[in-house]
Write a protein that binds this ligand. Structure first.
Ligand code: ZN
Length: 304
């Protein structure tokens, strides 16, 4: 590790970068041994998880499994080098306490086959100059792992992380997005057109909300969408004080609204102080823009 001779020890960023660079080329892990030889059951599980039906497997292993053979599992590996720990210690000491994996690159030199014994070494390949990203300012650290099968190089796995000091300004947090699927897409299509759509059974005419593929009363899967008038009353409610959720600003009222049509839905009650909301209070539908590209149906207390 080089320290500028004679200079008062300065901990400014250039000095830190010089100290970080000194770790390039040092081992991150040495003499690693795969916990299992390459084997058909692991290959089969991987292919099932990935949906890969290639007939080439499991006689050979999918190349993208490369890293899987080097993983330590719950009990981990003991081959991590002190240099790697020191490098992380320096970065932590510089205030770069957060870490995020950014990307990986792999090269495949020869196929892995059941029975192959895996060994590996890893080297700290590069440490970047200080970079500023949306997450914060920090240094990218690239590690290269050489994976060998029966002593012969079979592939390399490059793994890049960013060690960074979190930006003080928090990124804008968005409201959680609804999960839109085939069963409820019609509802959200209606919201986009400022229509509150409820379902009516095609057989027994029972209204239902939230959207479901079948009727709870008779089981029929025939249905049509009908537009609610937008009138309703507060059937029940809670006022959220705690815990705070990102993108929500407590206290706020979550109401169970009984629509004039008779079905109930959960939404926010707006336009009334949280401590003035009452059961039975009349409310009226409104569409509230919560983000650039979507709106939510909410209910405004009408105060009468
Ligand atoms: Zn029905």
């Amino acid at each position: 590790m080089s320290e500028k001779a004679g200079a008062a020890v300065s901990r400014d960023s250039d000095d830190l970068y010089e100290r970080l660079k000194a770790y390039e080329g040092l081992a991150a892990a040495t003499s690693g041994v795969g916990k299992d030889i390459v084997n058909e059951p692991m290959i089969r599980h991987w292919c099932e998880a990935m949906g890969d039906t290639s007939p080439a497997y499991p006689e050979t292993a999918p190349p993208t499994m490369l890293q899987a053979w080097t993983m330590g599992g719950l009990s981990g590996h003991t081959d991590r080098s002190s240099a790697y720990d020191e490098l992380f210690g320096l970065l932590d000491g510089g205030g770069y306490t957060s870490v995020v994996a950014t990307d990986c690159e792999q090269e495949y030199l020869k196929p892995l086959c059941p029975g192959d014994r895996i060994t590996f070494d890893a080297v700290i390949e590069s440490v970047s100059a200080r970079k500023t990203t949306k997450l914060g300012t920090g240094h990218f650290v690239t590690t290269r792992m050489d994976v060998r099968a029966n002593g012969e190089l079979a592939g390399t796995h490059r793994f890049r992380i960013l060690k960074y000091a979190p930006a003080r300004q928090k990124p804008k947090v968005q409201r959680p997005r609804p999960v839109i699927n085939r069963d409820n897409a019609g509802f959200w299509d209606g919201v986009a057109e400022h229509k509150l759509l409820i379902q009516r059974c095609g057989l027994c005419r029972t209204l239902r909300f939230p959207w479901l593929p079948g009727c709870n009363a008779c089981g029929s899967q025939e249905w049509e969408a009908v537009e609610a008038s937008g009138a309703g009353t507060v059937y029940s409610y809670v006022v959220m004080h705690h815990p705070p959720f990102p993108a929500f600003d407590p206290p706020y009222t979550v109401g169970l609204i009984e629509l004039a049509e008779g079905v109930r839905m959960v939404s926010n009650v707006i336009g009334v102080p949280y401590d003035k909301v009452r059961v039975g209070m009349p409310v009226r539908l409104e569409f509230l823009r919560v983000d650039e590209d979507w709106e939510l149906p909410v209910f405004r207390g009408t105060g009468s």
